[in-house]
Design a protein around this ligand. Structure first.
Ligand code: NAP
Length: 537
């Protein structure tokens, strides 16, 4: 069905998660005429789609949130240190209602293509509902981990029971009571889901290809005094997060691991373990992601904890990561994860050496055994960073598609703009930091909002990264990671490099040079009159 071209939105935003909501609010504040297209029937993005059992934040609530409005900070109170998915969704609904954002969001509408028209310097955006609009700017807020990765298992469709994808979990929930469940995937998603599913299922079989380093999150309810204190200090905390390499308001570690005796190290690791989650990684020692010996020391501490928690030594060993560094894959935060394996009803199957051969009508078959279950759960991750962007037919100059341009790996300027794709901005795009996401998103939103204000004030019609600035940024993205251990997860399919997707060329696709340094680089570009961008009147 074709519809007549309507014209003249200033801004189309794609996605109504954290990024899309904050961006819509920002551009509306400046008086731009904007519309958001959202494939889901509600706001929330990641928090709309990922409703699997146990889904919750891995960052603490008071810095995994939006800061653009003091009133918002004042009015919203979190109930848990790491809010669950329902609470996150309530929060984003609250944001949408408070700022009356829904009136400019088209729900249940997926953008299928965006084509830059060089004669009018506008984007023509088409949706799966047959809508076509012409807009000066397009801003994507698609999230880093959005496009599901479903491995190409032979026989997947033949399974006679119910199959669920964690990132498309039914909103009404699934009753797994009394069921025999098989789950594939032990990344951050599987690690959150497994203990909760284990509470319900009659039998849970976990198929693990690569064990992860899981540090307990140490979740707990938030206390009223604590909430009041955190609200009072919110902007001080935000400033601290913006000054941290992973955008978290953490204190530095104690120093290099080698400067401490074994006894002191153990004490510091124990403290980190008790503080929970990412604090173990960032507040114990400063060289864990930089130095192999330091990393191995922390990794061995985690393995010793696994051996202490898991009763069966063989299972404990299977759960113990070896052969790649801690944080080489994004480390999950646990909620009684290892404890779940002490249940008689939970069994762990190592598929690293005997891979899954096929899904059968009654379960699955590996190279050396068959397994039966009633429900199959896929927690198999995402075509991260680029997958959601290249799934839309985005065409820049001369009909070049983003997919073609990025065939050998993504290329951007600051993760925000792409040469040959004028007036397109990508919030948390490839080459931007992988760090505490809401803080990164809001810096991107401010930067883009200011760039649009600047363009309008100066009569600029076209904003485009130069090829040179983009090449220089791409080079930096690859260089800054080389002194770290973060890419070593490539050999165990880390999404940091796209190595989790068969056939995707492995290349570091996020900025690991410090979120703080990234924010400074973006600010400097703006201060120097948008250096590296061509601004055409
Ligand atoms: P993931 O980390 O990519 O894990 C996918 C899992 O599926 C891995 O265990 C992987 O094994 C397995 N898998 C994939 N293909 C397979 C195959 N063909 N055969 C067998 N196993 C296969 O995905 P995720 O757990 O969804 O997490 C992705 C990211 O989302 C996280 O790193 C995190 O950044 C984010 N996340 C955040 C939160 C939070 O903050 N609360 C929660 C969940 C996810 P291999 O490891 O061997 O590849």
């Amino acid at each position: 069905m074709s519809t007549a071209v309507q014209t003249d939105l200033d801004v189309v935003v794609i996605g109504a998660g954290f990024a899309g909501l904050a961006m819509l609010h920002r551009v509306r504040e400046s008086g731009f005429d904007a519309r958001v297209y959202e494939a889901g029937d509600g706001v929330g993005g990641t928090w709309y789609w990922n409703r699997y059992p146990g889904a919750r934040t891995d960052s603490e609530c008071y810095y995994y949130c939006l800061s653009f409005s003091k009133e918002l900070v004042e009015e919203w109170s979190w109930s848990e240190r790491y809010p669950g998915q329902p609470e996150m969704l309530r929060y984003l609904d609250f944001v949408a209602d408070k700022f009356d954002l829904r009136k400019d969001i088209r729900f249940g509408t997926r953008v299928t293509s965006a084509t830059f028209d060089e004669s009018s310097n506008t984007w023509e955006v088409a949706t799966d509902t047959g809508e076509r609009v012409r807009s000066r700017f397009v801003i994507t807020g698609l999230g880093l981990l959005t496009a599901p990765h479903i491995p190409d298992f032979r026989g997947l469709d033949s399974f006679a029971g119910d199959t669920y994808l964690t990132c498309r979990w039914p909103a009404e929930g699934v009753d797994l009571t009394g069921k025999r469940v098989g789950i594939i995937g032990t990344g951050a998603t599987g690690v959150q889901a497994i203990p909760i599913i284990a509470e319900q299922a009659a039998q849970l079989t976990v198929f693990q290809r690569t064990p992860n380093y899981v540090v307990p999150a140490q979740n707990r309810p938030m206390e009223p005094d604590e909430i009041a204190d955190l609200k009072a200090r919110h902007y001080e905390i935000l400033a601290k997060a913006r000054n941290h390499s992973f955008a978290m308001p953490f204190d530095p570690g104690h120093g290099p691991t080698a400067e401490f005796s074994e006894e002191e190290r153990q004490r510091i690791y124990e403290e980190g373990w008790a503080s929970g989650g990412f604090r173990f990684l960032f507040e114990t020692f400063d060289d864990i992601i930089l130095d192999e010996a330091a990393n191995e020391s922390a990794a061995e501490f985690i393995r010793s904890k696994i051996r202490g928690i898991v009763h069966d030594p063989e299972t404990a060993e299977l759960l113990s990561p070896r052969g790649y560094p801690y944080a080489g894959k994004r480390p999950p935060a646990g909620h009684d994860y290892y404890e779940a394996y002490n249940r008689d009803t939970v069994s762990l199957v190592d598929i690293s050496k005997a891979p899954i051969q096929e899904i059968t009508p009654t379960g699955l078959r590996t190279a050396d055994a068959t397994y039966e279950f009633d429900v199959l759960i896929l927690a198999t991750g995402f075509d991260a960073v680029t997958g959601a962007l290249t799934s839309i037919d985005i065409r820049g100059r001369d009909g070049l598609t983003l997919k073609e341009k990025w065939a050998d790996g993504p290329s951007t300027y600051l993760g925000l703009t792409v040469h040959d794709f004028p007036n397109l901005f990508t919030i948390s795009g490839p080459g931007s930091p992988f760090a505490n996401i809401p803080v990164c998103i809001e810096k991107n939103v401010e930067w883009i909002g200011n760039a649009l204000d600047h363009a309008r004030k100066s009569g600029v019609e076209v904003v485009e990264a130069t090829a040179e600035a983009e090449a220089d940024w791409d080079r930096q993205v690859q260089e800054v990671v080389s002194g770290t251990l973060l890419t070593q997860g490539a050999k165990v399919h880390s999404w940091f490099t796209g190595a989790n997707i068969p056939g995707k060329k492995p290349v570091v696709n996020v900025w690991f040079g410090g979120a703080n340094n990234y924010f400074a680089a973006c600010d400097a570009v703006a201060e120097r009159g948008y250096e590296g961008l061509t601004l055409t009147r």
